[in-house]
Unconditional design. Sequence first.
Length: 329
Amino acid sequence: MECCSTLSFCIPKRPLPLIRTALFSSICSNSRKQHMPIVQLSAISYKKFINFALDETKRHTHLAPSPLQERYNSRISMDGKSEIEMLSFEATKVRLLRSLCIENQTMQVLDFAVFPEPEFDMPIFCANFFSSANTNIVVLDLNPLHDVISQRDYKEKYYKGLIPLGLKYAELLPWGGKLTSESLKFFSPIVIWTRFTSSSYKYDVLYSAFMDYYKAWLELMDQAVVETNASKIMCNREAQHRYLTWRAEKDPGHGLLKKLIGETQAKDLLVNFLFNGIDELGSKSFLDYFPEYCCEDGTINQSRSIIGKSFESRPWDRKGEFISNSFEN
């Protein structure tokens, strides 16, 4: 992929081969079932989401290409069947805005995130979408920089006004099933974690959710005031470093990247692009932050969960209060 020197980076619009999916039935507001139109995977391009995010961001701030863009722009999978496209920017208040998009004949993947500068304690915007002919797996959230379960003041500051938005899409995109208690620490009360069968209706709902959540994040960015207290800046820096360290080690997309481009390149993308900042924001290791994952030989336990508890249903009530008894062993 060639990148333009201006902000309007070229995103190829080459259509993918058409793949038909099964019909999807949904219940409308009048409780009558209606068959949704057949969806073609080529019609569900996540580049539309990226273009919206870039255009909307430019309404609020000046985007500049990140130094990462020269090195991380595109990859072709080892079998030549998948294309991985990457974009990265920086701006005032934004340490890194980056996207990764994977397309082939059978799937599409989007990993889009925006990380604030350490002088701001804003949430991290996070969108992770996977789509195949029949299945979609979605995580959309304003990931909290600090713990929203134990730090009530942080939750009130950033999420109190967003609870109605979260409730709206929790109805349209229901909870997707078990989520480990370890992962839950990095999600907010308005997180969308869902699975659904492919349909044009669900795709439109997801796009609407993405737009609304991103606009909400940009409003938080506009309102954010720079922190001048050195100790608080250090606290923000360590919180983001902890987040990046967890994601780089436990991100579920690692396996897919490894299959497409091999372990060496996959690890490089995770550490130096997707979760860039691990080497710059701090020096602690994964086991420094999460010692419970240490094996007897000093290596990292590869299990996703050590505690062994998962949340089968949404663990927040309609007021955004955490429900501690909603987990299963």
